[in-house]
Write a protein that binds this ligand. Structure first.
Ligand SMILES: [Zn+2]
Length: 250
């Protein structure tokens, strides 16, 4: 029988439900490029959000995490808006504009990224997290982090990756790729959303190699800086600040 990935908490209820791996309300574009699994090892496959469902959570645990979907939905909406605003204002450099302040709940976004990584990799041929003792299953620690019972260890958690000069690539796609160590362990996940790169790190002790050293790293993830507990996106046109996006860690 299908199991809930949070069954380690021991209080599953309501039966298993078929869930969208990526909360479908998040994306106005309904496709995502996925790369790195057995079925999309060499090149990314474009799949519809509607099409990727999995029986991975019981109804009780799914509903307990609904607030993460809502927070991530809000965060992605802000990121979408800020990219749009940046591009619009770049087209009319002489026009006066007001500085706009956005904010997102970074703590919930971080947990949502981990939840989505678990959804993607659940029932795969990999151990999810270095402490997992069964393939296709997450470690107890990771499940507890998502439910707020434990905290990320060491340097694990969400990173925002950015390039020199802070250029925001305006590409309009959503991408996901897992980091797989020794063809055995899931060590993290890379998300790209409207040119914003987010990395969820679950490596032992925190990731200490640049992405350049990982085979299959795409151009987008080369020559980047990674920032932990990221505080703010500051978008400028010339010397003027167009807008800021504050990442609130609560
Ligand atoms: Zn459950």
């Amino acid at each position: 029988m299908e199991k809930c990935w949070a069954n380690i908490l021991g209080n599953c209820d309501g039966g298993i439900s078929r869930e969208h791996i990526v909360s479908k309300s998040l994306f106005t574009g309904t496709e995502i490029d996925v790369k790195g699994f057995a079925w999309c090892k060499e090149e990314s496959k474009r799949i519809g959000i509607e099409g990727i469902t999995k029986k991975c959570l019981c109804r009780k645990h799914n509903s307990e995490l609904a607030h993460l979907d809502a927070a991530a939905g809000h965060a992605f909406n802000v990121l979408r808006q800020q990219t749009k605003l940046y591009n619009e204002r770049a087209k009319v450099p002489d026009k006066k504009f007001k500085k706009i302040t956005f904010s997102i709940n970074a703590t919930s976004l971080e947990k949502w990224l981990l939840k989505t990584l678990l959804n993607f990799t659940y029932n795969s041929e990999y151990f999810i997290g270095y402490e997992s003792n069964e393939t296709g299953r997450p470690s107890e620690h990771l499940v507890k982090v998502i439910f707020g019972i434990e905290s990320f260890r060491d340097n694990n958690g969400m990173y925002v990756a950015y390039k020199e000069g802070g250029v925001i690539n305006s590409c309009d796609t959503v991408q996901f790729a897992p980091i797989i160590k020794d063809n055995k362990y899931i060590y993290g996940g890379k998300f790209s959303f409207r040119g914003i790169l987010l990395f969820i790190d679950i490596t032992p002790g925190g990731m200490n190699v640049p992405f350049e050293d990982i085979p299959g790293t795409t151009e987008e993830w080369r020559n980047i800086y990674m920032s932990k507990k990221f505080k703010q996106i500051k978008a400028r046109h010339g010397k003027k600040i167009s807008h800021v996006v504050n990442f609130k860690w609560v």
